[in-house]
Design a protein around this ligand. Structure first.
Ligand code: 6GU
Length: 263
């Protein structure tokens, strides 16, 4: 069971995704418990002000510290053992290992969704001074309008690692990044579609040959799309041979196509 709170200025944005598909199912099965907290409900003025202009000038608005810290305090009053995740484009980058780590954490995960130009620095400072674990996490090198989509990406990637969320437990083990190779090519019916056929080996029922073909396909996909992943990996001798063969075929294909172009 994963427990989280999402602190946001836009609860309906978070709720609509949580109410759909696997995330909704995970909650129905009791494997995920999410509380969406409206930061504005911790403001006390008539206008429910959650943001203000930055000292020193500059464009945009900042989230004020008081409502966010009050919201965190109200969660901690009933559940002191929390791990706080502040979404921020300047945070450390989220990846599969972080998703795994979140999914295995027994603490309540409290996501704080940044908005506008960011959050008053004292939110992080005060929480750290109180001894809370605070991570600042980004989902990639681009800027979103707010942290809601980032928090949802992180929750989605973690929840699917909880056993029982996906139907088939093998689908977690074999997929991209757990083994640092990308997935092999896959096909479903029909056998022939617009004159492109499913590779014969996949129809052969020969499980050993299928396993080999898929492994080669994984290596070829990784080499073509994410060579950086192969550079980080120590390849077994057999894999080095397969890769050399993939590279040889690729260079002869390039030669063929340049001959076709020049003729
Ligand atoms: Cl976590 N927040 C925002 N606003 N933009 C982002 C991000 C987070 N991660 C990537 N871009």
């Amino acid at each position: 069971m994963m427990r989280c709170d999402v602190l946001t200025l836009f609860p309906s944005m978070v709720e609509s995704v949580l109410g759909t598909s696997m995330l909704s199912l995970a909650q129905e099965k009791g494997l995920l418990d999410v509380t969406v907290v409206d930061i504005r409900s911790f403001t006390h003025d008539r206008h429910r002000t959650a943001d203000d202009r930055p000292y020193g000038g500059g464009a945009g608005m900042l989230l004020k510290p008081e409502p966010i810290l009050e919201a965190v305090d109200s969660i901690c009053a009933t559940c002191p053992d929390v791990r706080i995740v502040m979404t921020s484009p300047r945070g450390r980058q989220f990846d599969q290992a972080y998703a795994r780590n979140m999914c295995e954490d027994s603490r309540r995960l409290v996501f704080i969704c940044g908005h506008y130009e960011g959050i008053d620095e004292r939110v992080r400072m005060v929480m750290a001074a109180e001894g809370r674990e605070v991570d600042e996490v980004s989902i990639g090198d681009y800027v979103l309008t707010g942290g809601e989509l980032a928090a949802l990406v992180m929750i989605d990637a973690s929840v699917r690692l909880i056993s029982g969320v996906l139907g088939d437990t093998d689908s977690v083990k074999e997929e991209s990044f757990s083994s640092t190779l990308l997935e092999y090519a896959q096909y479903t019916r029909p056998v022939e579609f617009r004159s492109a056929r499913v590779p014969d080996v996949l129809l052969s029922g020969h499980h050993g040959a299928i396993r080999e073909w898929r492994h080669r396909s994984s290596l070829a996909n990784t080499y073509a799309r994410r060579p950086d992943l192969l550079e980080k990996k120590v390849l077994a001798h057999d894999d080095q041979l397969i890769l050399a063969d993939i590279q040889k075929k690729e260079s002869s294909e390039n030669l063929d196509s340049s001959r076709r172009l020049s003729s």
